[in-house]
Design a protein around this ligand. Structure first.
Ligand SMILES: C[C@H](Nc1nc(-c2c[nH]c3ncc(Cl)cc23)ncc1F)C(=O)NCC(F)(F)F
Length: 296
């Protein structure tokens, strides 16, 4: 529905700096300053890259997705800004000053303890539990899509690939898999383009691996998988090799300074049979218990 979308007037949106690029367009830091005295709030503006009709439809879908999400662990959507008549539109989001989890962990690895990493993991779980309560499948859960709001709060962001599961099914089948983040994909997503709450759980296991590797580029999932697959694979697609590797029960190795009880959690998420993977509620409980144990 088009109604009650908070409208931001382009003439009051003051560009400050670029934040990053996505496969849809770019995100810029702006100040929405109707009074023109720099007292306005900072916002993250997601500009659609081209006015290609398909992009516009996808963008409108993302707006509709974001519009209904109200959760402390999900980045807040503020409204839209139309420019050039209603030809092109931008998404106005809350601005999270600490940026993406990848950069934050790399930069602060020396003063982030296990408890804080487990806290971040439990917040992502809660955000995913909320998403799933609305029958959403994120499909792009990765550390690059988690934002840091403060030293003790992270939020799930980037709902460009999010789909709603129809009421009569418990999975979503994607027809045109575009630029796919296959190294975060569950086996059934790779081979059958099948996405469900349990494929998001698999991706969460990969996010856990990224967190406890401090998002160190040396241990990036893609790099670790490609080392195992071999860089000189010719002909057959990477995803076939990856699917076989996972079928043969190879999994990402335990990160070097990963607490012994966290790796089994990742392995639970990486059960080949999606029915054996835990629910985000189970994962959340296990992580909360670990946080308690860390406190003692
Ligand atoms: C393309 C954009 N990339 C980036 N964004 C930000 C960012 C900082 N602070 C932010 N506050 C609100 C938003 Cl929406 C983004 C940022 N920082 C570095 C980036 F490379 C993006 O949206 N990335 C997906 C996700 F948001 F999940 F990180």
């Amino acid at each position: 529905p088009q109604h009650d979308q908070t409208l931001f007037e382009e003439r009051y949106l003051r560009y400050i700096s670029p934040l990053g690029k996505g496969n849809f367009g770019s995100v810029e830091l702006c100040r929405y300053d109707p009074l023109g005295d720099n007292t306005g709030e900072l916002v993250a503006v997601k500009k659609l890259q081209s006015n290609k009709q398909s992009n516009l439809e996808d963008f409108q879908k993302e707006v509709n997705t974001l519009h209904v999400l109200h959760c402390d662990y999900i980045v807040k959507y503020k409204g839209v800004c139309y420019s050039m008549g209603r030809l092109s539109m931008s998404l106005v989001m809350e601005y999270l000053p600490y940026g993406s989890l990848i950069g934050y962990l790399e930069k602060n690895k020396d003063n982030i303890n296990t408890r804080r990493m487990l806290l971040f993991a439990s917040q992502i779980c809660k955000g995913m539990e909320y998403l799933q309560s609305l029958r959403y499948v994120h499909r792009d859960l990765a550390a690059r899509n988690i934002l840091v709001a403060s030293e003790t709060l992270v939020k799930i962001a980037d709902f460009g690939l999010t789909k709603v599961i129809p009421h009569n099914k418990d999975y979503y089948r994607v027809t045109q898999p575009g630029e796919s983040p296959i190294f975060w994909y569950a086996p059934e997503s790779i081979t059958e383009s099948r996405f469900s709450q349990k494929s998001d759980v698999w991706s969460f296991g990969v996010v856990l691996h990224e967190i406890f590797s401090y998002c160190d580029i040396k241990y990036n999932p893609k790099r670790l998988y490609m080392q195992e697959i071999g860089h000189n694979v010719l002909g057959t697609s990477i995803s076939v090799h990856l699917a076989n590797l996972l079928k043969g029960n190879w999994r990402l190795p335990q990160p070097s300074n990963c607490p012994p009880k966290v790796y089994p959690l990742m392995r639970q998420c990486w059960a080949h049979d999606f029915d054996e993977r835990p629910y985000f509620s189970d994962l959340g409980n296990q992580i909360e218990t670990m946080i308690q144990d860390e406190r003692e």
